[in-house]
Design a protein around this ligand. Structure first.
Ligand code: T3D
Length: 260
């Protein structure tokens, strides 16, 4: 049987591929468990300094697997499922002390869209589409969508995306600020991997600390956020990479960051 998630390391980049292409990488228990494990593995491996997440076939992910026997049954406690399967994954992605590039190669629907948005840099193929599919089947946006959307695109667009549940083209997603860059389809994965390779050669500890500051930012008032910046910058100031960055600047040479 094919693995529901593929994990490959090239140099300092881990590429994680959702791998159920016959159902547009719909999220079943096995895939969610394997994806959570892949993120943990990338976190634990010190040689990995950046991660790409993408989908096999023509989709990124069509969201929760609606084909499983108990889908749509009132017997299933969706709250419990979210808490046990989705929340640890989304939090692990946000808390991963390494940058994550989401390479959205096709449709990203429902919780598949939430997973894409949990990346740090979201890239999309020109043919990709984004769909808050939840209300179409009588659910509410979950797995972080109600958190990410207002923050990325503002209240009005977030509400329209959630309520209308219309497919958004990659170009429109880029205009709204849901996506950092749109690439021609065939260029998406090479670009994502090249970007991740560049990120992996940069100061990983600074990225980890910057992610912590950004994760906390919108929940904090200014004074609290300034204090957090000071605390995290103090830690950044003690890294080898900071010393190297300044030394390289002074010597007018390219820095060699070790991620320490
Ligand atoms: O239960 C929980 O876990 C709670 C959490 C819920 C969070 C959620 O994610 S809710 C949202 C769930 N997702 C959806 O509602 C999206 C359903 N899919 C679609 O609307 C469409 O498939 C797409 C718009 C994504 C793509 O359309 P299209 O025309 O490009 O492809 P298609 O023909 O509909 O799908 C191709 C195949 O994938 C098809 O199988 P077949 O007929 O070739 O054997 C289709 O059934 C299958 N597929 C697509 N989405 C899912 C799926 N199978 C299982 N689950 C899916 N979500």
């Amino acid at each position: 049987m094919d693995e529901p998630v593929l994990y490959r390391v090239d140099g300092a980049v881990a590429t994680v591929t959702l791998n159920r292409p016959e159902v547009l990488n719909a999220l079943d228990e096995a895939l969610l468990t394997a994806l959570r494990a892949a993120v943990a593995r990338a976190g634990e491996d010190d040689t990995v300094r950046a991660v790409v997440i993408t989908g096999a076939g023509r989709a990124f992910s069509a969201g929760a697997d609606l084909g499983v026997a108990n889908a749509g049954s009132a017997e299933v406690d969706l709250g419990a499922k979210l808490r046990s399967r989705y929340h640890p994954l989304i939090l692990a992605m946000r808390d991963l002390p390494k940058p994550i590039v989401s390479a959205v190669n096709g449709v990203a629907a429902g919780a598949g869209m939430s997973i894409a948005l949990a990346g740090d840099v979201v890239l999309a193929a020109a043919s990709a589409q984004f769909l808050q599919a939840f209300t179409k089947i009588g659910l509410i946006p979950d797995a972080g969508s109600t958190y990410f959307l207002p923050r990325y695109v503002g209240e009005m667009r977030a509400r329209a995306l959630a309520i209308l549940a219309e497919k958004i083209l990659a170009s429109e997603a880029e205009r709204m600020g849901l996506v950092w860059k749109v690439l021609p389809d065939e260029a998406l994965l090479p670009y994502a991997q090249q970007l991740a390779t560049q990120l992996a050669a940069r100061p990983t500890r600074a990225y980890a600390l910057a992610k912590r500051a950004l994760n906390a930012s919108l929940g904090n008032d200014l004074a609290t956020q300034l204090e957090l910046e000071a605390e995290l910058q103090r830690a950044a100031g003690h890294t080898e990479d900071f010393r190297e960055g300044v030394a390289a600047f002074r010597a007018k040479r390219a820095p060699v960051f070790k991620g320490r």
